[in-house]
Ligand binder design. Sequence first.
Ligand SMILES: [Zn+2]
Length: 1109
Amino acid sequence: MASSHLPHYDDQNYGTGAKWIKHLTKNRLDTFTGGHFADVNLSSVLFTHRLSDDQHVRLEVWSAPGLTKPSFEEAMKQKFKPAKKGDSFGPSFEFDPGCEAMIFGTDGTPLQGITGGYGGDRRVEYIIPREAVKAGKHSFIIESSCNGMFGVPWNGDTIAPPDMNRYFNLDSADLVVPNQEAWGLLADFTTLKEIGNTLPGNGSLQNKAITVANAIMNEFDETDKTSIARARKIAEQVFGKGWEQKAEGIYEEGAKRAQIWGIGYCHIDTAWLWPYSVTQQKVARSWSTQIDLMERYPEHRFTCSQAQQFKWLEQLYPKLFDRVREKVKTGQFHLVGGSWVENDANMPSGEALARQFLYGQRYFESRFGKRCETAWLPDSFGLTGALPQLIRLADMKYFFTQKLSWNNINVFPHSTFNWVGIDGSQVLSHMTPVDTYTAQASVGDIHKGITNHKNLESSDTALLVFGNGDGGGGPLAKMLENLRRIRATSNESRELPSVDMGHSVEEFFDSLLSESEGGHKLPNWNGELYLEFHRGTYTSHGSIKKGNRKSEILLRDVEHLATLASLYKHHNFNYVYPKSKIDDCWEKVLLNQFHDVLPGSAIGMVYKDAEQLYSEVSKDGEKLIEEALSALFPAALDITDPSIKSTPGHIIGYNTTFFPRRDVVALPLTGAASRLKSQVVQTSKDGSVGYALMDAAGGEGARVSKSRGLFADSMPVSVFSNGSDHFVLRNSSVQLTIYKGRITSVLDVQLDRELIAKGQTGGLVIFEDRPNYWDAWDVEIHHLETAHPLEFSNLEITAEGPLRASLKAETTYGKSKISVTISLDAIAATLKHGSRSLFNFDATVDWQEKHKFLKFELPLDIHSGVATYETPFGHVQRSTHKNTTWDMAKFEVCGHKFADLSEFGYGVAILSESKYGFSCRGNVLRISLLRAATAPDADQDMGKHEFSWAVMPHQGHFLESDVPAAAFLYNSPLHVRFASDESLAAPFMSASPPFTISGDHNVILETIKRGEDDDFKKNTNPTVVLRLYEAFGGHARVKLRVSPDFHVVKATITNLLEDELEVLGVKTDNDDLQSVKLDFRGFEVKTVKLTLGSKTREPKRESWVTVDA
Ligand SMILES: [Zn+2]
């Protein structure tokens, strides 16, 4: 029986039927926009009017001279001249200008950014406000920077050094009336085509998208404007009836639970192929654009990291900053990361990482009343295993990255996982399966969020971080349009994952947390997130590595001495803890830790700026140290001060570490300092330099060393030579032999044990260094196949003992000259019983190579499957063999102050004071010294370098050794001064040590500072913050003891942000010594805050306090 609602089925059929040739139809879709048919296809109807005559568009221009960057107010005072399309602007550093630009209202409010050119990040439209259209006249100001999104090389190779003579053409300055319906069809068609191209195999949605797109092409008639509306109606077969009228409401229909969470983001490299000053403009351009978009697309949420960029905006674009603040309040503009910049996460010290979070979170809290909840390092070149703990201690529990998708050997196995740090702390982590932080919000991105997800068995949601980036920009309107269509499609079909908008990164993680039952259903990744790429960045740009290390240590010393000076005030009662100066210095150091600056992967201009910042930190830091020292001691003079000639006194060294120590220091004996001859043990051959033995061995917390004569337990050194090619440095602990320019022997004299492997030699070595693409970033595995050992030549003895013996050697290679002084002292590396002496290497290099890699190597007669490298607040062990591709990938690794190869009973470490690249392949331990890439800085590392390293043999395995202490001391030289006899009698010299640690030796007291929230002027109830960590990876119990000079009213454990977490009991013993007991787990970082009150026994205090009149 025939049913009446069915169509009639004809009896005969003389037609052909509808079977298609799918691939030809699919390929046809490429001809509907742009290209060969642009004058007749959809592109020909996108604008109904385009006017650029001077009746409609009047342009006036003023060019800022040179590389100057005038403020809006300054620029408005200048004389503007008429301009027209086709004019060129430049030269480089900084409409469609072809380059980046910014539109301001006539009152100076930044309105939005412009990105000229024809790349994917093109954004050249500015919508004239309704009121202006009614008024018939609208004025605005455009500030063009003559740089592209990626600096100035963008027409060529992205990473090529900048062309400072590039000019940009003003290609368009047109008043246009767009055909909105045609633009809508363009967006519809784009989404349909993406669906057709993305969905794999042969599914219904894919076929439907192609047939609908094809039908649209058939319907379209460029001579009939009404065809556009009909074509758009056809698109509803995929997007659903009336989908567009629902606007952002489309996200309220369909799946209750979305799999892909979209968040707008704009990665702005704080400096890279452009300097810091250009970034300041990029921030204003990008963020103003996003605020404009939020007003047009209510579902748009935008997340931003890096407190430094917010601070620049606050200082330079206060009106825009206020708009950002409003949008943070309405919940559309999100704060993320909690750090000062998106820092490199390999090289900063543990304390510096702590400060990234402290300065970042405090800034966000002070300006926006809230902290970030997610740590955010999408682009950092590897992530230290110290981070999970530090993230938790910075009041965050979530972590986002994607960089490991750049691995060039192994595929990282997780997308959503618990990242467990070296101490066992965990953070809930997501490495987006979309594999990018600059997603274009395409159908492909949404699809990849599921198909590339590595843990679908335990979690099936992903974060889509979309928006143009690296050079800024952020999401475009077309991305938000595409996402609405994609959501509309998934509301109709289950073949596309559902995408959600209008949420925050935190809400995404909150949902992960609850769906994974508190992370229990997720896999764990233990230890560092090593990036198998960019391994040259531990070495590129020696000056920035050295600036970083020296500044970190200088600031630690500044804070230590300033804290004591502010508490004791012996000689300057008006001394005030210089908090804001210290903050300035830290902010500069933290800024330079940005993930393209510290790694050495930015253009040359960036390093000029960075070196300038380091020189300011050095100058200000040294001055702060002088001020603090002079508040503690009267008249502690610089060794070169002429007045020491007539002042009775002594050489002293201030020890800012908490290790007792002995040091040999070299002092000039010329000028006024010639009187110091009697205080040194040894003089150089020409009498210009004296070597003094400094002793601060008086137990824990000894602060001041004095010069003295040799001890009974000193190990006088000697140096001898058998002719011109055989030299030996020796004391009763160790001996080093150089024969024919190579280190042929390192002997443990006490054990009569040879440490160099039989038949092998150590010394300098050069490798060919031609990575496959990313020049300044990468050293590739094949460099190891081109080792070229160098020989020391022209050896000469420069110091003969008994305190120091030195050999000076030279090496020339190509046009480069390398001079190395190898020294051995009559003291051990540390005061630990049985500690051996270390061999110090001081190098001066005139480096003139291209694409060469200089290293120092030691082939050791030590066998172990792992070598140990210092990392922030701990260490990491990495294999020395190539068993698996994961082992092979770590052929060049990051270490901080030491790298060590130990077997049971013995080990040898290389200590470093400014280098971060190491490797240990088999038995050969290497430190990386200099590279010579030519992109993006054509002259990377050319010129003079001074750096040092040391070789430290030690009896016992690393875990039983004094290597961490020795490396700490090696990086923290004494502050040597001349103290008058009067100063030596100063109360501070005899006061008991302010803070000491007793108990297990594996805890290191790293930092002493004043509390962030103290009132430094009034100084009532001052607080002192001490940061300690366990350095070997095991439990420890110590007592933190506080001098009777202070009265501890409260002791608490805090997090890095100095929030009080736990109150500690303070015990006072018979000697009036107050102490708190601290228990550590392996690699635990503890922050202790002591609140000090006034002493009850004032008379005792008055006996040594000197108050300035
Ligand atoms: Zn980046």
